[in-house]
Every structure is written in structure tokens, then in C-alpha cells.
Design a protein around this ligand. Structure first.
Ligand code: C2E
Ligand code: MG
Ligand code: MG
Length: 639
């Protein structure tokens, strides 16, 4: 029940009005009481003057005694005195009094007063007539005795209505007092009820507010899915641990835990299963930890554990191992058995950071180190690795703008036919000078671009530039010049790769066989169905396929039979010392009917040696370092 709509609220104005009217009645009652008291006083005076008149007349016979003649003036004054009381009484009775008199049956007051006045007037007239000799003393005596009798009677009759009035007023007053008390009581009850309703409502509102505040707090500091504290509470948790650790001069660890294959599970089994998995993993981590350790859900599939203080640094590794073991146990979600692993980065206070931000950042960096090292493991924060990691991140950021800012260019290294030293082609090699004018080598930025996915755009740019250059050189007369383009394994997974190359061939009117696609042996080893399909498409298109850095892959060579490679490029690491390996590779290539290019030829003796082994082609500083197109001599013979 709300006070707004309650009957109490509706009744309050009426009750206030009634109470007000009763209060008025009460005041009126008291005033009237005073009035009636005044009547009584008038009557007393009337009585006194009547007594005086009695004394003057003394006995009816006295008036007749001639030796004591009567004092007419004294008698007149006494009668005037008597007459004054009823006259005054009549003058103060107003219409309201008359109404009240009718109500309480005291109208006789008026009759009495009028009769009194009438008797007094008749007597005064008789006195005047006596003085004038119009009437005898006997007649006057008779009149005086009659009037005296009436005055006495009236005086005693007058007290009856006065008493009645007093009684009425007393009763009314008592009634009003009782009624007022009842009303006051009623009001008090009502008001106390209203106040208690208001207070209850207020208390309810306060409770609701407190509850909603509590809930907001819960929401603000707790993760609704797992029920664990959320990242908002992390800073406080770490700061508390720092304070504890500083006091006890010990250390503690912040662990950044990231589930390894969560995205795959979420994508393949759906978000509901994903959510269940997160709940389960949250529980497992929490159960693995001790009472004074804490775990929060940082967001997504990331959790952060803050351990209690420990003496030996190995403790952190042991805890991380326990978490990894707990997470990697099979988990059954909606009848689907799944497996998941976690990578954990560990940052210890105080050695890896002295505040929450630094500890968290370094644990996060270490977690990425664990991911890069193969996942399902923990890594303690290492500054050197972190520096490398930061460099990688910076390169990724810079690469975003590199194409648009024209920061890339290609250099070309001649491919020489070893038999006669003629230039038969070139290899396009990518160069990058970043916005800060720093030259960053392909060995550094290409693997990074491969990891970040940026290699697709970069590779397409290289393809286009190399094809354009090839067209220019064909137009310049080197009509058989072959252009070798390095292609990353990530590009091969792009299902549009072959089409894109075919479009470029059409656009620049290039024969397919003048384009040599170089793929490193290592990337072929991790072959997947899309890359293999692209290789066959390229073969069908007519481009030549070169197996780059051959000999570094430590692989079983069966793929050489299955995949459509035309040329083996012996890695420069085998030049010039490991001639045995070089000769073996060349012999094997011949066996497999493949052409051989040796890279990294730096000395004349190496060149001669390879030529004698019937290695068809070569590249190396001996002939030329990679140069921009303007410095490239298409028709140079290296003899
Ligand atoms: P790669 O394809 O094996 O290229 C040969 C590398 O050996 C080039 O290094 C070249 O400058 C270097 N080189 C050539 N002759 C000699 C020599 O006589 N002695 C020595 N010590 N080195 C020699 P670069 O240009 O630094 O390229 C390194 C790697 O970067 C390349 O190895 C290739 O795997 C990759 N790369 C370069 N450009 C591209 C590109 O456009 N796309 C892709 N995906 N990878 C590229
Ligand atoms: Mg190459
Ligand atoms: Mg190579």
C-alpha cells in the first residue's frame, strides 16, 4: 500500500476540518460559559437590590405609618437598580444566544427579564402617580408589595436557566474534550500509521537501493558468466598483494592465463559450449589455487591469477604447471568431449615490475612468449624476449602503413647460367625503409608479416611490381628474362592467389613460364590441402615452381615426387664449405629431372666447382648483389 493512494491520505483533510470545527466549538463553549457566569453575577446583583428594597419597605404596614413617612426617592432608586439587571441582561442576548437558549430550553431568561422590567416600570409609574396624588398610599403599598414579590420570584427563577446553561456548557465541554481527545487519539493513530507507512516505504526503498547498489557492485566487480571477480578488481587485488609482499619482504606472481584453442571451440561448437567451457575452466583454475591466491576473469578466454607470497621462485612455475594440468584434462560439455590447453605468462613482484600495471603488462608479454614457444606451457617474463616482442609489435604497426607510404621497393639479383655466365633471369627481393628511415631486412619483417597476416597484401604488391618490371625488361629486349618471385606459404593458402597471378600475366602480357615462384622448403613441409591445391593450379597455369632454401628443411624428401616443383635452389648455407652436400643435392636433382640453382656463390672457386658438377644456374655476390632496376644489366655476362 502506498501512502499516495491510501484512504488515510483521502481522510486526512476531512478529519482536519472536523478537528478544526470542534476546536471552534470548544472556544465558543468556553466563551459562552463565561457569558452564563455573567448572567449569574447580574442575578446576584438583582437579588442584592431586591433585598435592599425589602429593607426599605420592611413591612407592608410600615408604609402606612404616618409618623415615619416613606422615602419615595430611595424606593425609586432601589427599583431602578433592580431594573438595571434584566435590562443589561436583555441587551447582551444576541440572536446566537437565543438560538442556543432555544436549544437548551433556557428561553425563560428573556421572559423573566421582561417581566422584571415590566414590574419595575409599573412600580416606578405608581410612585410618580402617588407623588402627584393620583393614587393613595394603600394603592402604592399594594403595588410595591406585588413588585417585590415578583422581583423575588424572578430572582430565584432566573437561577434555573443559568444553571441549565452552565450544565449544558459543562456537559458540552466535557463532550468536546472527550471527542477532541478521541479525535486527537485518532489523529495520533492515523499519523503514526502514516509515519510508519512512510518509514516502512522509506526503509523498503533504502533496502532496494542498498540491494541494487550491492548488485551494481557485484556487476562492477564480478564476472556474470563465471562468477569470478572481473578485471575491475584486479588492480586492487595486485596492490593488496604488493602491500603484503612488501611487508613480508617476499615475492608473489601475477599469471596471465590464456586458453589456447578457445576460439576454435567457440567457432565450431558454438557460444553456449564456449561459455560452459569458460565456466568450467574458471572453476578448475580457482580449485587449483590456494585460499590466499586469487583468480579473476580478465575477459574473453583470459584469466589472471595472483598468488600468495612465496619464498622460492620455483613456486610460481609449480603453480603454473598445476593450472596447465588442470586445464588440459578432458572436459565434457553438452555430451561433447573437448580438450583445451593454456599458455601462461608469469611476472613476479618485485623483480618483473613494482606496480600492478607493470606486472600485468609483463605477465601478458610472457604469455605471448609462451604462445610463440608452442603453447600449452608457461613462460616467466624475460626482458630480452620482451624487447624482441616489442620490436615485433612495432614492426606490425609500422607495416600497416608501409604500402600506402611507398616504403617498399624491390631489388633484383641476377640468375646466371653457370655454363656461359649469361644472365637468364633475376630474383626479386623486397626492401623496406620505414618512416623513420630505418632499413629493416626481409629476414626480420617477412616472418612478422606472415604471422600478422599482412604478408597477403605485401605479397600481392610484390607480385604486381615484379610482373611490371618483368614486362619492362621484356620490352627492353630481354625477351626470355625469367622473374623469380618469393612467395610465402601463407600466400599459397589464399584461394585467390593463382587467379590474381593469372590476371597479372594477362595484364602485363607475360608468358606464364617466365614467372618463377619460389617457395621455401620449410613452408612446403607444413603443407596443407589449400597450399597443395595452389601449387597444382600454378603448375597448370604454366609458371615454374622453385623449391627455395633447399636442404635446410630436414625433411623426408617424398614430397619432391608428389609436388610439381621444377627447380631446386640450394641454400646459401651450403656454400662453399659443405660441398659434399651441394654435390649430393645436385646429383639428386638430376636424378629427379629437376634443374638446380645454387644461391650464395661468393667465390670463383665455388662457381667453378658448381659448374663442374653440372649445376645449371647460380646466384651470388660473386656475380652481383641485389640492385635496383636502374643498376641491373640485363645482358651482362659473368665470365
Ligand atoms: P632467399 O629467397 O633465399 O633470398 C636470397 C637471399 O640471399 C637474399 O637475402 C639475398 O640478398 C641473399 N644473397 C644473395 N647472394 C648472396 C651471397 O652471395 N651471399 C650471401 N651471404 N647472401 C646472398 P635477402 O634479400 O635479405 O632476403 C632474405 C629472404 O627474405 C629471402 O631469402 C626470402 O626468403 C625472403 N624474401 C625476400 N624478399 C621476399 C619477398 O618479396 N617475398 C617473400 N615472401 N620473401 C622474401
Ligand atoms: Mg628466394
Ligand atoms: Mg634462398
Amino acid at each position: 500500500m502506498t501512502l499516495k493512494n491510501s484512504w488515510i491520505k483521502k481522510a486526512l483533510p476531512f478529519l482536519t476540518l472536523i478537528f478544526f470545527l470542534f476546536s471552534l466549538l470548544l472556544i465558543w463553549g468556553f466563551l459562552t460559559l463565561n457569558h452564563s457566569n455573567y448572567f449569574h453575577q447580574l442575578n446576584m446583583r438583582h437579588f442584592k437590590h431586591t433585598a435592599a428594597l425589602t429593607g426599605l419597605i420592611y413591612e407592608p404596614t410600615k408604609l402606612l405609618e404616618t409618623e415615619t413617612p416613606i422615602d419615595i426617592n430611595q424606593i425609586r432608586a432601589a427599583i431602578i437598580d433592580i431594573r438595571n439587571q434584566p435590562t443589561e441582561c436583555l441587551s447582551i442576548i444576541n440572536s446566537a444566544d437565543r438560538l442556543l437558549m432555544r436549544l437548551i430550553d433556557t428561553e425563560s431568561v428573556i421572559t423573566i427579564c421582561e417581566s422584571d422590567v415590566k414590574s419595575a416600570d409599573e412600580t416606578l409609574e405608581a410612585l410618580t402617580r402617588y407623588e402627584n396624588g393620583a393614587i393613595s398610599i394603600q394603592t402604592l403599598q399594594t403595588q410595591l408589595l406585588k413588585a417585590l414579590g415578583e422581583f423575588r420570584t424572578n430572582s430565584s427563577r432566573f437561577e434555573i436557566p443559568v444553571e441549565k446553561t452552565a450544565n449544558f456548557i459543562a456537559k458540552t465541554t466535557i463532550g468536546i474534550i472527550i471527542l477532541s481527545s478521541i479525535i486527537v487519539l485518532f489523529f495520533t493513530v492515523l499519523l503514526s500509521r502514516a509515519v510508519s507507512i512512510v518509514l516502512t516505504k522509506r526503509e523498503e526503498a533504502m533496502n532496494a537501493l542498498a540491494k541494487s547498489e550491492e548488485r551494481n557492485k557485484q556487476l562492477a566487480y564480478n564476472d556474470t558468466l563465471t562468477g569470478l571477480p572481473n578485471r575491475n578488481s584486479l588492480e586492487h587485488t595486485i596492490n593488496t598483494a604488493i602491500a603484503r609482499s612488501s611487508r613480508s619482504k617476499s615475492q608473489f606472481a601475477v599469471m596471465f592465463i590464456d586458453l589456447d584453442q578457445f576460439k576454435d571451440i567457440n567457432d565450431t561448437l558454438g557460444h553456449t559450449v564456449g561459455d560452459l567451457l569458460l565456466i568450467e575452466m574458471g572453476k578448475r583454475i580457482a580449485h587449483t589455487l590456494r585460499e590466499n591466491d586469487s583468480v579473476v576473469r580478465f575477459g574473453g578466454d583470459e584469466f589472471v591469477a595472483v598468488t600468495d607470497c612465496f619464498e622460492s621462485i620455483e613456486t610460481a612455475d609449480i603453480i603454473a604447471r598445476r593450472i596447465i594440468d588442470a586445464i588440459s584434462k578432458p572436459v565434457k560439455l553438452m555430451d561433447i568431449e573437448s580438450y583445451i590447453t593454456a599458455s601462461i605468462g608469469i611476472a613476479c613482484y618485485p623483480r618483473n615490475g613494482e606496480n600492478a600495471t607493470a606486472l600485468l603488462k609483463h605477465a601478458d608479454t610472457a604469455m605471448y612468449q609462451a604462445k610463440n614457444a608452442g603453447k600449452n606451457q608457461s613462460q616467466a617474463y624475460d626482458k630480452q624476449t620482451a624487447i624482441k616482442q616489442n620490436r615485433k609489435l612495432s614492426i606490425v604497426n609500422q607495416l600497416h602503413q608501409a604500402i600506402n607510404n611507398n616504403e617498399f621497393h624491390l631489388v633484383y639479383q641476377p640468375v646466371v647460367k653457370l655454363a656461359d655466365g649469361s644472365t637468364v633471369g633475376s630474383e626479386a627481393l623486397l626492401r623496406w625503409t620505414n618512416a623513420e628511415n630505418e632499413i629493416i631486412g626481409p629476414d626480420e619483417f617477412i616472418p612478422i608479416a606472415e604471422n600478422s597476416g599482412q604478408i597477403i597484401d605485401i605479397g600481392n604488391w610484390v607480385l604486381q611490381q615484379a610482373c611490371r618490371q618483368c614486362r619492362i625488361w621484356h620490352d627492353a629486349g630481354a625477351i626470355n628474362h625469367a622473374m623469380a618471385i618469393n612467395v610465402s606459404s601463407h600466400q599459397l593458402k589464399d584461394p585467390l592467389f593463382t587467379k590474381r597471378l593469372a590476371d597479372l600475366l594477362t595484364r602485363f602480357s607475360l608468358p606464364a613460364d617466365c614467372i618463377h615462384i619460389e617457395i621455401t622448403e620449410n613452408s612446403v613441409i607444413s603443407e596443407d590441402q589449400y597450399s597443395v591445391a595452389t601449387l597444382h593450379e600454378l603448375d597448370e597455369l604454366g609458371t615454374r615452381l622453385l623449391l627455395d632454401d633447399f636442404g635446410t628443411g630436414y625433411s623426408c624428401l617424398s614430397y619432391l615426387k608428389d609436388l610439381p616443383f621444377d627447380v631446386l635452389k640450394i641454400d646459401k648455407s651450403f656454400m662453399p664449405a659443405n660441398t659434399t652436400i651441394a654435390s649430393t643435392i645436385i646429383a639428386m636433382g638430376h636424378e629427379l629431372n629437376m634443374e638446380i640453382i645454387a644461391e650464395g656463390i661468393e667465390t670463383k672457386s665455388c662457381y667453378e666447382y658448381l659448374k663442374n658438377l653440372n649445376c645449371q644456374y647460380g646466384q651470388g655476390y660473386l656475380f652481383q648483389k641485389p640492385v635496383p632496376p636502374s643498376e641491373f644489366d640485363l645482358f651482362k655476362r659473368f665470365n
